[in-house]
Design a protein around this ligand. Sequence first.
Ligand code: HEC
Ligand code: HEC
Ligand code: HEC
Ligand code: HEC
Ligand code: HEC
Length: 218
Amino acid sequence: MTLRRTALSMALPVFCLGAMSLWTRPAAHWLAQGPLQQGHEEVSCAGCHTPSPGSTRQQVQAKLAYSLGWRAADVDFGNGPVTSDHCLDCHERANERHPIYRFREPRFEPALQQVRADSCLGCHSEHLGERVSAEPTFCRACHADLALTRDPVNIPHVTLIAAGKWSTCLGCHDFHGNHSYDPPTHVQQMIPGAAILGYFHQGAPPYGPFKLFEAVAR
Ligand code: HEC
Ligand code: HEC
Ligand code: HEC
Ligand code: HEC
Ligand code: HEC
């Protein structure tokens, strides 16, 4: 009896460790992720990777139950997925021109087929060493029928849109409206497309250095 108990008490931790090594990803994988984007140098891993609900013991039990078919749904072990809520913890701001929650309205469903504007991760991947991962022409998804009553631009918006010039939009407007920047009224003053792409890939902001809101690292 005591022997069986001892054997069991020794086998259990070994079993648990074995099971855990199957469920947690190996340390090499954890470390092999690509570089964080600029601005996130000071942000800790835990700023975006937070533990999933439940204690380790509860997670192990739930995993075990799932693998034995006693539980319908699997659970996240260790860290849960990164969501927009993590980003908003540091980046929520009052001046947001395109707040993601707006695009959860059903009328934006067709637009979301083109660009996942309802999630930060739809346009910002992490660990790729780039600031923006979307196509710069994504404005098309929502502004195709834009017409200004008094258009101040020398080539009016309707003309730009009719000609399919979707790569010009970011040349005059920042997407979030967080830079103190007035859009020019002449297409000749537009920021060149190469500078926009450079900015997407970590270059200096072409809209000037002044931001209305700046996040704080934690
Ligand atoms: C700004 C947010 C952010 C920070 C900071 C961050 N990550 Fe990530 N990480 C992500 C996102 C987004 C993904 C994509 C997967 C996801 O959505 O869960 C990811 C994925 C990963 C993955 C792959 C996850 C998997 O399930 O395979 C690993 C490993 C990882 N990160 C490690 C790290 C480490 C180590 C650090 C600190 C040096 C770090 N991350 C910092 C956002 C971040
Ligand atoms: C723990 C706080 C924190 C979290 C979480 C966080 N960030 Fe950041 N982020 C910062 C800081 C600090 C900066 C640099 C200051 C700034 O640009 O406002 C930054 C910069 C950025 C920049 C570049 C700004 C620039 O002009 O260079 C982008 C894009 C960005 N974050 C997106 C995200 C996204 C998307 C997520 C979620 C996956 C996220 N951040 C999560 C703190 C955070
Ligand atoms: C539909 C695409 C899209 C989505 C969704 C999106 N972004 Fe962006 N983001 C961009 C583009 C394009 C830029 C570059 C233009 C600019 O600076 O506004 C950018 C720039 C940024 C910057 C740097 C400039 C600034 O405003 O400070 C930060 C920080 C940022 N995004 C954070 C976020 C966060 C946090 C979320 C989710 C709440 C998010 N973004 C969702 C497209 C997107
Ligand atoms: C997912 C849909 C969606 C996408 C994609 C989108 N917008 Fe918008 N945009 C909107 C909505 C909705 C409004 C608010 C219009 C209103 O209030 O009448 C808006 C407003 C604006 C405004 C006016 C903001 C203000 O405060 O007056 C500008 C400028 C703008 N968008 C430019 C862009 C540019 C440039 C792009 C591409 C980089 C883009 N938008 C992509 C939906 C979108
Ligand atoms: C040459 C610069 C320039 C280009 C290119 C440009 N815009 Fe504009 N846009 C402006 C100016 C100037 C205004 C008026 C001032 C303002 O509202 O900020 C404006 C206004 C807007 C508005 C606000 C309309 C309102 O009701 O207030 C939206 C939305 C918009 N632009 C979207 C776009 C989209 C989408 C594109 C790409 C097809 C684009 N712009 C291309 C300069 C430009």
